[in-house]
Design a protein around this ligand. Structure first.
Ligand code: 2P0
Length: 341
């Protein structure tokens, strides 16, 4: 069959990641490059599965997320990624994209990270482009910078002004868990992209953030490599609060915290002082993620479930890399193939 008559179809899975050293702010060089370095943990329990089919019968790209057809800016962001793939592969057909998250979308749980990473891997394979982590990471980053990190397993860095993320240490490096305490499942009011731009343009603390982030990133990376939980906890919380402080300084201010988020910040601080190996982080949303040692995860989960306002806790281990899936059966049940993306 010729390329024009056979839809090129591929499926992929990618896992969300949470930054231990945060990125907030785009580089002045454009192309969605980041202004500061970041370091993340890929999470096994939060996944996006995505299927991409290039099909000559389509008159435009069609994108379905969790059974709903996307339009507007959400559709455009996917179409822009597909355009880059079409250009690289010499592909002229439009595509049908079907994606499923196994967790709430756009509630500060890094759905764009797993979403664009899965899309990048599936779209490249569907278009017949060769497997390349570097190219998949760059493609994902151009749509959502944090997505560059979800191509890789375990602990991953994305340096400032850099095209693709790089692995720092495998999942087995440090036996930790990240517990996601859900305090709100609804979509957030301010998108990450919009919030970063508002912070850059109006917050007097943005300059301070840009100065503080690189040395803090290096501290956090060293602590991680040394498996020094105390130092990692200190660095991750400081990165979180410096990032949010830059947002508080925006005009109008950006405050993602809800009362339960603040309750948890105090509670985790007190618990660590009392000997629990626990540290908090928050992203562009009110949900609180708690890093702990795997051996302590059951105790942390028990505590979080008792906090009023916490509706659900998702316990995550360091997760695997993005990968292609077999085309057999429903997307939600597809299994990883052995082929690297
Ligand atoms: C991070 N965040 O390093 C930081 C911490 C949120 C707070 O990267 O809206 O997913 O897709 O362009 O790249 C969220 O930003 O933003 C993010 P979009 P992206 O994980």
């Amino acid at each position: 069959m010729t390329k024009e008559s056979s839809p090129g179809t591929a499926r992929a899975v990618a896992h969300a990641n949470i930054a231990l050293a945060k990125y907030w702010g785009k580089s002045e060089r454009g192309d969605n490059l980041t202004a500061v370095p970041s370091l993340s943990l890929t999470l096994d329990a939060l996944t996006t599965r995505s299927q991409v089919s290039f099909d000559a019968s389509l008159k435009s790209d069609e994108v379905i997320l969790g059974g709903k057809t996307l339009g507007g800016r959400e559709l455009t962001r996917v179409t822009e990624l597909l355009d880059r793939v079409r250009k690289a592969a010499g592909e002229s057909r439009f595509a049908r994209v079907d994606s499923i998250n196994n967790f709430p979308t756009a509630a500060g749980l890094a759905s764009s990270a797993s979403g664009f990473a899965a899309l990048a891997v599936a779209a490249r394979a569907a278009a017949g482009l060769p497997a390349s982590d570097k190219d998949a990471s760059k493609l994902a980053r151009q749509s959502s910078a944090s997505a560059a990190r979800s191509i890789f397993e375990g602990f991953v860095e994305l340096l400032e002004d850099t095209d693709s993320a790089e692995p720092v240490a495998p999942s087995s490096h440090f036996d930790v868990c990240m517990l996601v305490a859900i305090v709100q499942q609804e979509r957030k009011d301010v998108s990450s992209t919009g919030g970063m731009e508002q912070t850059r343009l109006t917050s007097p603390y943005y300059r301070g953030w840009l100065e503080a982030a690189p040395p803090l990133f290096r501290e956090i990376k060293q602590a991680l490599l040394a498996r020094d939980f105390e130092r990692l906890a200190w660095g991750m919380e400081r990165s979180t609060l410096l990032m949010h402080a830059s947002m508080f300084g925006a005009d109008p201010p950006i405050v993602y915290f809800k009362p339960t988020s603040v309750e948890l910040i105090h509670a985790i601080k007190n618990r660590r002082a009392g000997g629990h190996p626990e540290a908090f982080t928050l992203d562009a949303g009110p949900n609180v993620k708690v890093l702990t040692l795997a051996s302590h995860a059951a105790k942390t989960e028990e505590f979080l479930l008792r906090v009023p306002g916490v509706t659900r806790v998702i316990v995550c281990r360091p997760g695997p890399r993005a990968a292609l899936l077999s085309l057999d059966g429903p997307l939600s049940e597809a299994r990883r193939t052995d082929a690297a993306p």
